[in-house]
Ligand binder design. Structure first.
Ligand code: HEC
Length: 127
C-alpha cells in the first residue's frame, strides 16, 4: 500500500471540516456553524422527548410544524427552554445562552420549519 501524500491529507482535512460545518471567521480562527452545533445539542438534550423527527408524542409536543416554534418572535420558546414548563426541564444554567440560541435555531429550521435563526443576544434578553 502506498503512503498517503500530503495533498491527499489536505483534501481529507478540507472534506472533514466541511462535513462538520467548520468555517473560517476571517480572523485566523475557525468556527463551527451554529446549526450543526444545534443539531448535536438537540440529539443530546431534546430528542428523548421531542424525537429525532421533531414530532414528539404522548405528552411531548411536536416541534415540527408548530406555529409557536416558528413564530416571528422567538421570545416565548426561549422562555420555555430557559425556565422549563410542566414536564419540560429548565436549561439555564445547564446550557449557555449561545447553546440555547443554536438549538432553537436548529429547531426553527428543521423538519420543514422555516423560521429565522435565534441569536445569543435574544436569549440573553430573556430573564
Ligand atoms: C423531559 C422531556 C423534555 C425534554 C428533554 C425537552 N422537552 Fe421541550 N417540552 C416538553 C414538554 C412536556 C413540553 C410542553 C410543556 C407545556 O406546555 O406544559 C415542551 C415544550 C417545548 C417547547 C414549546 C412548544 C410549544 O408548543 O409551546 C419547545 C420550543 C421545546 N419544548 C423545546 C425543547 C428543546 C429545544 C429541548 C432541548 C434543549 C427540549 N424541549 C427538551 C418536554 C421536554
Amino acid at each position: 500500500m502506498k503512503a498517503t501524500s500530503s495533498l491527499e491529507l489536505a483534501l481529507m482535512l478540507i472534506l472533514l471540516m466541511s462535513a462538520l460545518g467548520v468555517t473560517h471567521s476571517g480572523r485566523g480562527t475557525y468556527v463551527v456553524a451554529a446549526a450543526s452545533n444545534g443539531a448535536s445539542i438537540y440529539a443530546e438534550k431534546c430528542e428523548s422527548c421531542h424525537k429525532a423527527d421533531g414530532r414528539g408524542g404522548g405528552p411531548f409536543p411536536a416541534l415540527a410544524g408548530n406555529s409557536a416554534v416558528t413564530a416571528k418572535s422567538p421570545a416565548q420558546i426561549i422562555a420555555i427552554v430557559v425556565h422549563g414548563k410542566g414536564l419540560m426541564p429548565a436549561y439555564r444554567p445547564g446550557l449557555s445562552d449561545a447553546d440555547i440560541a443554536a438549538v432553537l435555531t436548529y429547531v426553527r429550521s428543521s423538519w420543514g420549519n422555516r423560521a429565522p435563526s435565534v441569536s445569543e443576544t435574544q436569549v440573553a434578553a430573556v430573564h
